[in-house]
Design a protein around this ligand. Structure first.
Ligand code: PEP
Ligand code: MG
Length: 594
């Protein structure tokens, strides 16, 4: 069982529940770490050709960047020229090829070895300036590595039932790793709302992130046990450990089946307040699951996955067909489609590094900003035309992500009005009164929610980003994931004021970030006045079990107490106590607190 190697344990952040056993499958795509594997002698030429191709692509990208810099920044221009020279330096390329040939290793690892040899020399240099040039070598290495690991390398194909081990996974990569294909995912990097986590939850793949150095501790084919709830990863578990966790796995599956049986019941509270639980989906293939788990509709369709997974950019027809499919499947239930939210950690093939070379992508040209910029505008127009035409088929709700305030909302509406006028002139039908809403996911929007409410039809609070921007915590950075706190008093105040602004303007408001799917937090959201929660379909039954035991009056009292305490830890303690009280006395009918 343990392959002769001792059992070891690592603790990370459990982000998608469930226990999984499987053989490790290490991948390095879209990471800054070089994957390491041996190649057959017959494949050496191919590895060397890959290296040359990646170097040529890197050279081309640097040339493009240089062109932009030529008139602006002379010293950077020279540094990039130096980087281009490095790309062709025999000490680097020649040495990497030598490693590939003599050690029968892949191009990425050959290059890593050659870079290590060079940087070791830099480390011995006394002059601090020259010593720091080591980072230039790393910079060049990272660029070539990115190209070696580029998306054109084809889909990931881990063996079925493998546990994928990676430094990090791009959202497009994670989306390919459907539950049928892999047993679990574990990564060095990431946080609770990184897209790896979100997609893993949607596909019910147990996942643990923020393990820091798991890619260095695990080798391909090691036996792994992962617990996506607690964050525990056991490498080479003993027979006794496997036995214990297999029992726990069976217990969890049985509990899941019980929750699933509730899917036809409403999520109404004990005091008859209707709570609407909706599903977040990344593709139309998740619509059946949404209904299966008892969601009352789609609260968020992340359409950017249409762009991240496709080889060709989706055109108006593709958007039209996807939206019509959602409407048909939902047949009158909520169907909220978000226009594409690309940029930052969600990149599409059409956006290469060279297009968007930003120091702070999360604060950069992402989401609606990208749609309004020349580079994204044609895609946005095509999507909007498709969505507007689909609105003729049912009660479609269209929402715009990352709106910063009224001016940006108005800029979007000018475009929408123009596209509507075009469709009218072309005689193409659409719903003149289609609902147009916005995501509240920046403090600037939350703080002006009253102004925004006057100019749109609905709100959806994207807490994943709202937490990120309120707390200044990168949602995918494992070093600060402990600071990413949904129950921080600052966030709860923002949520409360957005809920009030929506109520005052009489417009609906949904919460569609990951915290909406956390049963511990649901009573807090209800107490803040929120009545619509949108989450991964698989979370619906558990949240429903909680809402059905909650009373809206008690939840409001809970929030009154919560708003008096000063730290997230104190808020959490109150939320935990309340949630536990709901399930006390299951033996006498589970009526919850008196
Ligand atoms: C959010 O930010 O909460 C959200 C739902 O959008 P995404 O996670 O896709 O950024
Ligand atoms: Mg968001």
């Amino acid at each position: 069982m343990s392959d002769g190697r001792p059992e070891t344990q690592r603790m990370g952040l459990g982000v998608s529940p469930g226990i999984a056993f499987g053989r490790a499958y290490l991948i390095g795509r879209d990471t800054m770490k070089a994957p390491r594997h041996h190649v057959e002698a017959d494949d050496i030429d191919e590895e060397i050709a890959r290296l040359h191709k990646a170097i040529a692509a890197s050279d081309k990208q640097l040339a493009k960047i240089k062109l932009k810099l030529a008139s602006e920044n002379e010293s950077d221009y020279h540094i990039i020229t130096a980087h281009q020279l490095m790309l062709h330096d025999e000490h680097l390329v020649g040495a990497a090829i030598e490693y590939i040939k003599t050690e029968l290793i892949n191009a990425e690892w050959g290059l890593r070895r050659a870079v290590d040899d060079i940087t070791r020399v830099f480390d011995t240099i006394e002059d601090p300036y020259l010593r720091e040039r080591r980072s230039d070598v790393e910079f060049v290495f990272e660029r070539v590595l990115r190209n070696l690991l580029g998306r054109e390398t084809g889909p990931l194909q881990p063996p079925p039932d493998a546990i994928v081990v990676a430094y990090d996974l791009s959202p497009a990569d994670t989306a390919q790793l459907h539950k049928a294909a892999v047993a679990g995912l574990i990564t060095d990097a990431g946080g609770k709302t990184s897209h790896t986590a979100i997609i893993a939850r949607a596909h019910e793949i147990p996942a643990v992130v923020a393990l820091e150095d798991i890619t260095e501790r695990v080798e391909t084919d090691d036996l792994l046990m992962i617990d996506g709830s607690s964050g525990l990863v056991i490498i080479n578990p003993s027979a006794a450990t496997v036995g214990t966790y297999r029992d726990e796995q069976r217990r969890q599956v049985a509990a899941g089946a019980k929750l699933h049986a509730m899917r036809a019941l409403p999520a109404t509270t004990r005091d008859d307040v209707e709570i609407r639980l909706l599903a977040n989906i990344d593709g139309t293939d998740e619509l059946d699951d949404a209904l299966e788990y008892g969601a009352m509709g789609v609260g968020l369709y992340r359409t950017e996955y249409l762009m991240m997974q496709a080889d060709a950019l989706p055109d108006e027809e593709t958007h039209y067909r996807a939206a019509v499919k959602v409407l048909e499947k939902m047949s009158g239930r909520s169907a909220t489609i978000r226009t594409f939210d690309l940029g930052s950690d969600k990149l599409a093939k059409f956006l290469t590094d060279a297009d968007l070379d930003e120091a702070n992508p999360a604060l950069g040209l992402r989401s609606i900003r990208l749609c309004l910029a020349p580079i994204g505008r044609p895609l946005f127009d095509a999507q909007m035309r498709g969505l507007l035409r689909a609105s003729a088929h049912g009660p479609l709700k269209i929402m715009f992500p990352m709106i910063s305030g009224v001016a940006e909302l108005r800029a979007v509406r000018v475009i929408v009005d123009q596209l509507m006028a075009d469709l009218r002139a072309e005689g193409k039908p659409f719903d003149d009164h289609v609902k147009l809403g916005i995501m509240i996911e920046m403090p600037s929007a939350a703080l002006t929610a009253d102004l925004l409410a006057a100019e749109c039809d609905f709100f959806s609070i994207g807490t994943n980003d709202l937490i990120q921007y309120t707390m200044a915590v990168d949602r995918v950075n494992e070093y600060v994931s402990h600071l990413y706190e949904p129950l921080h008093p600052a966030l709860l105040r923002l949520l409360g004021s957005v809920a009030r602004a929506a109520a005052d303007a009489n417009i609906p408001v949904t919460v569609c970030g990951e915290m909406a799917g956390d049963p511990l937090i649901a009573p807090v959201l209800i107490g803040l006045g929120l009545r619509e929660l949108s989450m991964s379909a698989v979370s619906v039954p558990e949240v429903k079990a909680t809402t059905r035991r909650t009373s809206a009056v008690d939840a409001a009292l809970l929030v009154t107490a919560i708003l008096k305490v000063a730290t997230a830890a104190e808020v959490r303690a109150l939320a935990v106590a309340y949630h536990a009280s709901l399930f006390v006395g299951d033996e006498n009918g589970g009526k919850g607190p008196a």
